[in-house]
Ligand binder design. Structure first.
Ligand SMILES: *Cc1c(COP(=O)(O)O)cnc(C)c1O
Length: 220
């Protein structure tokens, strides 16, 4: 089945990069997927999922979580500050921490709800004006500011420009992570369907895969 195929590709990429496959987490991106498409993955043991919209996650996940314990739900899409409250309730990890106002809103909500969600800082590695994220030169300061707010920064995340060689962006994200926190290297969420093997070579700890996972399923 599909999941097996993606897992095998992850394992192979790890082997090629002389990395332990245990160190790469597959985030199954199930935006626009209905519960009946997600359930087979849950049945096969997949537990880490990514959604990009609060509303969609709220419609699907409370029920799925009740049936399948230990799910880890990652928010991977841009979050409006007025939805921070619901997001902190629904999600376990925020991968799309992309601006100071959101850091403040999340920190406030986490305190209120007594929740401590690990966050990834989204870095706009391509410095694209239409895309969210912190510019590479501002990441170190933003990291410090987030920690002062009490946020647990687990790693960095990026979405490379579609037209670029993704590996250049992955290498930049890895370099930033090492510079910002040399003693305790940050995790790296990078790589999607088209380029996750390249991301694994550059040190990805999380690969976010949607299309490849669900497209293959259609063939089953
Ligand atoms: C949709 C999405 C993905 C998955 O992309 P695919 O190309 O479908 O694998 C990964 N990350 C983010 C932030 C997304 O929005």
């Amino acid at each position: 089945m599909c999941l097996t195929e993606i897992r095998a590709r992850i394992t192979r990429a790890c082997k090629d990069a002389q990395r332990d496959a245990q160190d790469v987490t597959l985030v199954a991106v199930c935006k626009n997927q209905t519960a009946d498409k997600i359930i087979p993955l849950l049945q096969a043991g997949q537990r880490v999922f990514g959604e990009n919209r609060v509303q969609e996650a709220a419609e699907k996940w409370p029920e799925l979580r009740a049936a399948y314990p230990n799910v880890e739900l990652h928010l991977i899409g841009q979050l409006q500050t007025n939805k921070a409250k619901e997001a902190v309730k629904l999600f376990d990890v925020v991968e799309s921490l992309d601006r100071p106002a959101l850091a403040e809103a999340l920190a406030k909500e986490m305190k209120k709800q007594n929740r401590d969600l690990p966050c990834f800082i989204q870095v706009n590695t391509g410095e694209e004006p239409q895309k969210g994220g912190i510019a590479p030169r501002d990441v170190a300061k933003f990291y410090d500011d987030c920690r002062k707010l009490g946020l647990r920064i687990a790693g960095l995340m990026c979405i490379p420009p579609a037209e670029d060689v993704a590996a250049l962006h992955f290498a930049l994200l890895q370099k930033l992570a090492r510079e910002i926190s040399p003693q305790n290297p940050l995790m790296l969420s990078m790589g999607m369907s088209a380029d996750f093997e390249s991301a694994i070579r550059c040190g990805a700890s999380h690969v976010r895969i949607g299309t490849a996972l669900f497209e293959i399923m259609k063939k089953d």
